[in-house]
Write a protein that binds this ligand. Structure first.
Ligand code: PEP
Length: 253
């Protein structure tokens, strides 16, 4: 049985005060939610505040990106080792905003995955197609390329630890959500793709859905057999909305 995992991606939002308030509200509200693994990824400089606030609890904190380098003259970069050293559990990699706005290719993402895994982080690998790619019927080919680019570098065994987030780009921050059937079809496709490498890993790997998940649509999405929780952007900023999404995930188990 795969434990559902719900992770908030704060993107470039929040402040020290809102992080402290959010962590405290979520810890109060998640007291009875041990069926779900819960995490949040704030902007880098807010990580210490989130880590300190959640110390001793099951709430796990992560970064939103890491460098493909280990150390050196890379102004502005943060390494996977540093994220781990300050208490991170996860790192989001390959988010569509990193791919489209910062030019990250599959090769770059694969190298970052290597660093994240070596540092002992749990990478949340984001994949997903644009609307044009979906309308042209190319969504499976796009996702296949994104997944294989990483598996072929880090090896399938590493996916026992990796979380894959299927995030159709047309659904991120747009209010448009994939229907439960569309999301399930792609999750089943990704699981099948991983099964071609190793059926055991494919059975245990956790696949999240991301893209305008809200309290109103979370239950139906998480009820799909191959969807093991969600990566939540906008709706993760408000503790109450995030908590109802976590409750929806708990109810599927
Ligand atoms: C995301 O950025 O990972 C995301 C899923 O955003 P939203 O929930 O706002 O669509």
């Amino acid at each position: 049985m795969r434990q559902p995992v719900v992770i908030g991606n704060w993107k470039l939002n929040g402040s020290p005060a809102s992080t402290e308030a959010w962590v405290s509200a979520v810890l109060t509200g998640t007291g009875a939610l041990d069926a779900v693994e819960i995490g949040m990824c704030p902007p880098c400089v807010l990580i210490p505040s989130a880590v300190n606030g959640s110390a001793g609890s099951a709430l796990r904190i992560g970064g939103q990106d890491c460098a493909e380098q280990v150390s050196g003259a890379y102004t502005g970069e943060v390494s996977a080792d540093l994220l781990r050293a300050v208490g991170c559990h996860y790192v989001i990699l390959g988010h569509s905003e990193r791919r489209s706005l910062f030019g990250e290719t599959d090769a770059v993402i694969a190298r970052k995955m290597v660093r994240a895994l070596a540092a002992g982080l749990v990478p949340v690998l984001c994949v997903g197609e644009t609307l044009a790619e979906r309308e042209a019927g190319h969504m499976e080919a796009v996702v296949r390329t994104q997944v294989r680019a990483v598996v072929d570098v880090v090896g399938i065994q590493a996916f026992e630890r990796v979380i894959v987030a299927y995030e159709p780009i047309w659904a991120i921050g747009t209010g448009l959500t994939a229907t439960p059937a569309q999301a399930q079809a792609m999750h089943a496709f990704i699981r099948g793709l991983l099964a071609e490498y190793n059926p055991h890993v494919a059975r245990i790997v956790r696949l999240q859905y991301g893209g305008s998940v809200k309290p109103e649509n979370a239950a139906e999405l998480f009820a799909q057999p191959d969807i093991d929780g969600g990566l939540i952007g906008g709706a993760s900023l408000k503790a109450e909305e995030f908590l109802s999404i976590c409750r929806a995930a708990a109810e599927t188990r």
